[in-house]
Design a protein around this ligand. Sequence first.
Ligand SMILES: Nc1ncnc2c1ncn2[C@@H]1O[C@H](COP(=O)(O)OP(=O)(O)O)[C@@H](O)[C@H]1O
Ligand SMILES: [Mg+2]
Length: 202
Amino acid sequence: MTQKIIAQGAEAKIILSNGFIIKDRIKKSYRVPELDNKIRRRRTRAEAKLLFKASEIIKSPKPFLQKEENYKIKMPFIDGEKLSEYLDDFQLKKQKKICRQIGKGVAKLHEQNIIHGDLTTSNMILKNDEIYFIDFGLGFVSRKFEDKAVDLHLLKQALEAKHFKNWEILWKEIEKSYSKYENSKIIFERLKAVEKRGRYKG
Ligand SMILES: Nc1ncnc2c1ncn2[C@@H]1O[C@H](COP(=O)(O)OP(=O)(O)O)[C@@H](O)[C@H]1O
Ligand SMILES: [Mg+2]
């Protein structure tokens, strides 16, 4: 058995184990153990459920159903390139194409009322020219235009912060492809309101 920790965040350890990924929610010692167990179990289940739903709609690693492993999600390892690290290196034409895929993926999630909650390029992997969405740890289900607009807002901010050289061009591509989907007009209107609010806040 080969095991290797490939990422360690505040919430979870990501272990590559025999060609599979295990996302293991770590203990928080500042919480009472009973409560900590409950929270971790709840979050793990919620994330696995969303990931499963997403994987039936877009490219996402479909989690394996596990009964006894309460705090872990096992899923296929997407052996590709983490977009946050590679996007800027590609030619602009390829960057734009990737962004159209991102827009399409987010729109399909939103059509099914799945809010990702953390749309950054660190949560996207490029494999065989296709974008995989991962990390639904902050995701939830909502039909609200507001929640969809905020999801897009985070994505836009992430582009601006991390891929600032071309971010405006890239955002346009995302907009273009997202616009082909239901309610996109209303959601973009909402996005404008969300942005305005952001500007006036302190
Ligand atoms: N299924 C997967 N295939 C390949 N890499 C993964 C997979 N899941 C997670 N990773 C890697 O681990 C990192 C952290 O995983 P993620 O689910 O985003 O956890 P966190 O909630 O800590 O951000 C990702 O940015 C990615 O590099
Ligand atoms: Mg992540």
